[in-house]
Design a protein around this ligand. Sequence first.
Ligand code: MG
Length: 171
Amino acid sequence: MISEVLNNAINEQIKYEFYSAHLYLAMAAYCESQDLPGFANFFKVQYQEENSHAMKFFDYINQRNGRVKLFSLDEPKNEYASVLETFMDGYAHEQVVTKRIYNLSDLAMDERDHATMSFLKWFIDEQVEEESNFDSIIKKLTRIKDDTSALYNLDAELAARVYVPPTTAQA
Ligand code: MG
């Protein structure tokens, strides 16, 4: 059984993962409004990933005989000045998520809850990928600046991103 402290902290993280999904869907909506369907696709896939992260925590709490609680979500930012701004915000957001995962991991370590430490390792690795994805698109957009044809090329590239659901219980 998971401790009440960790259970509560993971419930807060479930909320944050669903909020992340909400935030990325708002970014997808902004990209759609700018007629950039590839960028919108990137954020729709991101939305699906974040929902799957929330559900991984959901399933874990239940596996450990804890109790999942859901909370209401904050309103995400809906207006952006540019696609670059969505990715800069996304990158900053992912850095906060990384800190939150590290805090959870510290808590699990303090409690010597090895099962939770092992479970969180997947998220620690995932965050490296999340930050790197955002960082690399920011670099591309910064180089693109006002080059419309380069922007459309990147839009076409991002249209190809597909959501890959985790294949195993731990993946
Ligand atoms: Mg996440």
